[in-house]
Design a binder for this molecule. Sequence first.
Ligand code: IMP
Length: 437
Amino acid sequence: MPSLVIVGAQWGDEGKGKIVDYLTSNADWVVRFHGGNNAGHTLVVNGVKTKLHLIPSGILRHQAKNLIGAGVVLNPFVLLQEIAGLRASGIEVTPERLIIDREASLLLPYHEALDRARESALGDKKIGTTGRGVGPAYEDRAARCGLRVADFTDLATLEDKFRSSLALKAKVLLSLYQSEDKINPDQQWAALAEAREQLLPHIGNGSLLLEGALKRNERVVFEGAQGTFLDPVFGTVPFVTSSSTLAGAATTGCGVGPRALDFVLGVVKAYTTRVGSGPFPTELIDDSGDLLRARGAEYGTTTGRPRRCGWFDVMVLKRAVRLNGLDALALTKLDVLSGFKKIRVCVGYKLEGKVLDDMPALSHELDRVEPQYVDLDGWNEDLTGIKAWADLPAAARSYIGAIAEMVGCPISAVSVAAERRAMLFSENAGFINEFIG
Ligand code: IMP
């Protein structure tokens, strides 16, 4: 059975959680391969809302095993809180159902303190991070001084490494940032040792487990976090996250080779949003933007921050198709556009009178591009109860067809409400139907 990679095609918050949840109805494995608890996936099943930050969305599917892959930076305290929350709502979280890769990196409280101190030192030049310590944790991994989940298996070495890292970070915090963060090494060590005890049974060898799963033809979903343009290399640098958000990262983030990835699905919102700072050519700072925010409940799952809202951008999507090798798109939140008389779509950029063939690499240039718009007809009908593609209003079908053609990628699925069931499939959804079938 083939494997499926699901990634966000814009700046995150595209609704990946719901799409992953839907497509895991028959999955054997759901794997997170990068990021940390900066991610926030909201799932609505039978009217009950679940928010996940670290645990793969497959935890809500009783047959699926869930792997937090080696590419993730794992905050053990947040993970334990998430496990406790799921158990309290009756979801089974056993070591068989939730495996943490031994090679994943640990994200510890001093990373959060550094993230916060650095952002406040940047003042109005801040990135607008989620403040979860993700950047500093990946820096430690690159600098080869970070702690890993494997360190949990050797208590004495863990304590030694933890105390020396903590002492060093306390010095950096004080000397560079005059940070007021109070660090009590004994208290912090006691908390980590306790968390370790609880997480030990979940530690596994992800790469080996996936090799076996793929050989047995089990269905594997690789669940991306954030979005294409938060990638630290190809995104809107420096207003990006610190792990690769592209489909290719599914290989290095859980220890499988590129041939293990059979199909790449991009999740894209019917309009555009972003949280935090950074360029956003089609942003609407007007009533239409407020309307999108209100109707789409565009507030961050992790931080609660209001999301910036704007029109759909074909330039962004064309680049996302190329960077990820997208085979198809799943379009989310189409229902939010009901009631707009005209729906604008950005089809190109001009900079100083010149037509651009791609997004500029410099953020301050992307800030200055002039979006070239076409206006498409809107529709008034409420889409939330619609059960079949053919029942969508003609103008909604035209909108879908027009953006698929301009972007150069088929749209195989459309989501019309937050509920798990509210998904429509087009006639070109062959792979997806087979995958969930
Ligand atoms: P960090 O990942 O917390 O370092 O934040 C870096 C940038 O990525 C900020 O603009 C965040 O708002 C953004 N970001 C990080 N995670 C997510 C996410 O899951 N959804 C949307 N934006 C995110």
